[in-house]
Design a protein around this ligand. Sequence first.
Ligand code: NAD
Length: 478
Amino acid sequence: MAQLFKHYINGRWETGVTIGVSENPSDLADVVGEFARADANQTEQALRAAADARGAWADSTPQRRFEVLDAIGSELIARKEELGKLLAREEGKTLPEAIAEATRAGMIFKFFAGEALRLRGDRLPSVRPGVDVEVTREPVGVVALIAPWNFPLAIPAWKIAPALAWGNSVVFKPAELVPACAFALAEIIARSGLPAGVFNLVMGSGRMVGQTLVDSPLVDAISFTGSVPVGEGILAAASARRAKVQLEMGGKNPLIVLADADMDQAVECAVQGAYFSTGQRCTASSRLIVEAPVHQAFVDRLRERVRKLKVDHALKRGTEIGPVVDARQLETVRGYIDIGRSEGAELLCGGELIERETRGHYLAPALFLAQPQHRIAREEIFGPVACVLRADDAEHALALANDTPFGLCAGVCTRSLKQASHFKRQLQAGMVMVNLPTAGVDPHVPFGGRKGSSYGPREQGAYAAEFYTTVKTAYTLA
Ligand code: NAD
């Protein structure tokens, strides 16, 4: 019998109103498990539990919060192999990538365990004689955390850990494609000694569970990572009732290769950034902008490297690229490959379905030569597809890089300190990488974008306090 992944509501494991099934995208005959799906009533139970528990946790000592978060981080790291295996099986990224993600989730909890103790505040004189002023931070209250499927441990970790570190209570809604990972994380959190109701896991559809969270007057703040259309809907609903909101959405991230770049390094940045994790990363380098003098050499070398990438079962040793996450995403990605061809972009390699020992959603990584106006060069595809754009010179490359509605991450490969400084200043993105892939970020510094990619305060690092706390200014006449 398949394992049933349950909700965690008010300190108890609960079955759902309906049941969903989680499949292994590397092997469609392998059912990872069944999971509970909630309706609006069950979602509201979790919200009431979180609202009732908020006082107990908000008033807990920083030391207690440190201990809870540190214990969660330690268990994640101790069990990284087992959790990585589950993640690779359910989401389809390769085992080494999945183990690294489990480790990163643990590191995030440990970082925020420290933040729970590193509280800051100001005490200063008033402009009025005899009056003191204090500026302190308090928890926001009940936070709804809505996550996508592509980083099923790390993204929930970077929302749940700061929420708990600063004394909030949580209702966490994972994506329906990755309930086993959400359940595994919830099991670890449930063992950490939190009071009942402070952390709740509710699974189910975005339209039902997600929308109930977004519309509920019990929710003080919503942190969402996912697609642009869903994010825009959440922003409209949340601002109408003045809930705090933070959105991390898509990207169409440029990687610029200047003529003076180290070619080996540039090709490696492109391969890793564009295709690893099957290209299913909001920070993926999907636009490779190459300066004219090295364009042909770069394209030749990249094509050779992409052709040799090993696409196979995510758990198989030596696999470099796992399957696409599900049939729907595969259809979307293949649709973009057709659009690219029909608009006149040149497909240099890949794009075809491939068969392996097990039946899965395997796609050969695709590389296009495109023009800036092509849809494959403008819209987020979220799969193993990248396109190369040719730039006349460095300034043209910069203009092409910034010519996008998105602004999450941007990269530049160059040996020139002058160019590196210029591009760091001029790229319109929340994150800039020099001689590094656009994907791959640290857990202790802010993460987020500009323009259509993000809205609201940054996630991660000490900056996460902006979202998960609210400021109080107190005046005292002694
Ligand atoms: P999605 O928008 O379809 O779903 C994200 C989450 O929102 C899921 O949990 C979903 O169930 C929920 N949801 C759907 N409809 C909802 C509604 N009406 N109300 C409330 N919640 C709702 O995104 P996805 O397919 O899971 O993930 C892929 C997208 O996520 C890509 O666009 C990618 O760029 C983006 N992403 C962004 C970042 C980032 O930090 N910028 C990181 C990872 C993924």
